[in-house]
Write a protein that binds this ligand. Structure first.
Ligand code: C5P
Length: 241
């Protein structure tokens, strides 16, 4: 069985979101980041610009890939999507935390599969007002906790949530599930469209296992220096683990 991903070093904990407009831009960013970064997240911007073709190249270059497809569809379509993703050799992918979709994803994956499944609870760009606008009566915090419990019951390997909820999610899911947090911003940096943000050190201290970082690295004048600074912050916060 291919072992499912568990972080073993600060470098394993930093997932850089390749949120760029072309495969050429992604390739040059990966080259600039060199050995500093070992884990990349491929999301819809790059995937819809031909970036899925880059995934096998990243995998064979020894990089881990988190294919952030945020699947949500009828059970059969989610299950077939997961099977196709499994064949790509990526370490992680995402499913929106609807119980039926998560169960379909978990049962589609082979028992020996190395593909880890993460449940997206509530996007970090949403606050309570945005949820009310979308017809939800729950607060973001309560909905995240409820969806984390559903994800555990459905057989997911981890949770995507804001670092602000990492401690409450840990209390719900226990020590074994991965907690992956986007919405990471260096202290004093612009939040952009993110609403539930935290610094890397605070996120690790709150119980996050891995951090997804896009613009603070991708749009930095020197992305490699920004990644190194983030790694140093992660390393100090988790005692080098
Ligand atoms: O640029 P920034 O650091 O805000 O990028 C965050 C990345 O994490 C984006 O690729 C976004 O799609 C992703 N993400 C998120 N919130 C979630 C799940 C994924 O921001 N709940």
């Amino acid at each position: 069985m291919a072992a499912r991903f568990r972080p073993e070093s600060p470098r394993d904990r930093l997932m850089v979101a390749l949120d760029v407009a072309s495969t050429t831009a992604a390739e040059s960013l990966v080259e600039r980041l060199g050995d500093t970064v070992g884990f990349y997240k491929v999301g819809m911007q790059l995937a819809f610009a031909g970036g899925l073709a880059l995934v096998p190249a990243l995998v064979s270059a020894g990089k881990r890939v988190f294919l952030d497809m945020k699947l949500l569809d009828i059970d059969n379509t989610v299950a077939s999507g997961v099977k196709s993703i499994e064949a790509m050799g990526v370490a992680l992918t995402t499913i929106h935390a609807y119980p039926k979709a998560m169960r379909a994803a978990a049962s589609a994956r082979g028992a020996q599969s190395g593909l880890g499944l993460l449940a997206v609870t509530v996007l970090t760009s949403l606050d309570d007002r945005d949820l009310a606008e979308a017809g939800y009566a729950a607060t973001a915090r309560d909905l995240v906790s409820r969806r984390a419990a559903d994800a555990r019951a459905a057989g997911m390997d981890g949770i995507v949530c804001s670092a602000q909820e990492a401690a409450s999610v840990r209390a719900v899911v226990g020590p074994d599930m991965l907690i992956v947090t986007p919405g990471i911003r260096p202290a004093g940096a612009a939040a952009d469209d993110q609403k539930r943000v935290m610094s890397a050190a605070d996120a690790i201290a709150a119980g996050a296992d891995c951090l997804v970082v896009g613009r603070p690295i991708v749009a930095a004048p020197d992305p490699e220096a920004a990644a190194r600074a983030m790694l140093a912050e992660i390393g100090a916060a988790c005692g080098g683990r």
